[in-house]
Design a protein around this ligand. Sequence first.
Ligand code: SF4
Length: 197
Amino acid sequence: MGEQILTYTLGQKLYLNVTNRCTNNCLFCIRHTPGGIGYNLWLEREPSVEEVIRAIKDPLAYREVVFCGYGEPLMRLELVREVASWLKKRGAAVRINTNGQANLLYGQNIVPALKGLVDAVSISLNAHAEDVYRKVCRPVFGEKAYGAVLEFARACVGEIPKVVLTAVEWPEVDMQKCREIAHGLGAEFRPRHFVGG
Ligand code: SF4
């Protein structure tokens, strides 16, 4: 598959690039920025489980291994499960960065399928209200999406050891309300700076 970048490092963490697909089209998505994060993460073809594992090499060389993007990793739920299982058997710390729409996408609660395979989940909340979410994240699921993200977060709390809701600092987004929503769900909150532009 040539020069495709399946893994990249930021600090002591290894990030896995398993799909470019996503059910959102956020205004601030790094996919819209010319240079992205400095790596070309566009995939000509989505990698297999074996290809991702081969690209990881030594998972214990990193503080954490993160399923991330360009794109929504849980679009590839089975691959995430298989690679996470491989990582956990080797003692790695595993996180998923997700838009939180997987239960809506699959029409069922997929959180039990991640239990024991994932140490942390970082869910993009990105808005304090449904109409703001639709405007900023432009979900293909329309007005169903925001409630589904909240439900997903609720389903993760108590099942996944660490649950963090995040929001990108963006003009229409009330970060304080996002923080309150996260804490109300029993999750942590982490504001993120817009890195595109
Ligand atoms: S959820 Fe993430 S990958 Fe999907 S469009 Fe938004 S910023 Fe991009």
